[in-house]
Design a protein around this ligand. Sequence first.
Ligand SMILES: Nc1ncnc2c1ncn2[C@@H]1O[C@H](COP(=O)(O)OP(=O)(O)OP(=O)(O)O)[C@@H](O)[C@H]1O
Ligand SMILES: [Mg+2]
Length: 348
Amino acid sequence: MVILDVSQGQLSTKRGLELAGRFSDYLPGIVILLVSDEPENLALPALRAGVKDVLESGLSVSEFRWAIRRAQEGGPDRDVAATPHAGRVITVASPKGGVGKTTMATNIARALAERSPNGTVVVDLDTQFGDVAAALDLDPTYTLGDLLVPHALADGIALKALLTKHSSGLHVAPGVKSPEEADGLRADLISQLLDNLKAEFRYVVVDTAPGMTELALAAIDHSTDLVLMTSLDVPGVRGLRKVVELLEHLDLPPMTRQIVVNMADKGAGLSVGDVEATVGQKVDLVIPRDLAVVRSTNSGSPIVESAPRHKVAKELQRLVSRFAPGSARSSASNSAWKGLHRGQVAAL
Ligand SMILES: Nc1ncnc2c1ncn2[C@@H]1O[C@H](COP(=O)(O)OP(=O)(O)OP(=O)(O)O)[C@@H](O)[C@H]1O
Ligand SMILES: [Mg+2]
């Protein structure tokens, strides 16, 4: 494996690409990685020069290790479901609308991006009212329909170039722009997209439309973790029980399941105990109704980002730590990476 670092101008991008081309000519089959400050602009020339993946500079040691492992294991055309290092896929779903799925998905993604800035992507599968981009204050150029084209579905670098990037490093596959675009979204294409994304990213977070739609089920089929949400009302809780019963009858891969009660109001006439008795499973997280959450949505900044000390943000972080145990970015691992970062060419 060869790693060429063209960040910080130590080795010019032009020279780095030339070297990559020579390595792939003289040593066919060698895995070449490029480290750059602007990976999104290098996707195509890097691909032509035989580069396997372009990594953003400043990755932590664990992210860097992950990227190396991913490159060694092969491209997205391999059976990623069978590989132990395929990314973790966290799907947020609920039978009823308006219970906070998008809020939850964007907060989980933003919190995971803190731990793995270039290794986290959020996918908006709500084809009617997808608003992940708005919740992150993004104005995307490419949306879901643009990603479901053969060259992006077959190639990780091409796909990454079409994703929208949040200032935190989080990548975003935004929802559709129009109902016409939504018509072209087939479950088998979404399945290919998720296969590709989980080969490229450490964490894939999926927001869904209310109900068990075909696309939501396609996402659940890829999931390692499922977050099921309800508010404290009888239709919502009954709907959740039906979803849990449905999932029990499906032949799904093993996954963790988190039950979240959101917008919990005291005196609603239903308690968390009622939810547990109805659904037949313990509730993992209870989030109170709080105006700070609405404010964060309206300002386009997830509450874990805009008010990290708020009690809701802390509860959300507690949930996220189940998906990324002990992986908060540490200064020790960062400084270890910086030492490595200074080397221009490292052959492993
Ligand atoms: N704990 C909370 N307290 C107060 N408001 C909340 C809370 N959680 C979410 N909200 C607000 O509720 C509204 C709906 O939330 P959100 O869009 O996340 O729901 P959803 O389940 O994705 O809806 P849909 O089913 O339409 O996609 C948003 O304005 C959001 O700010
Ligand atoms: Mg939503």
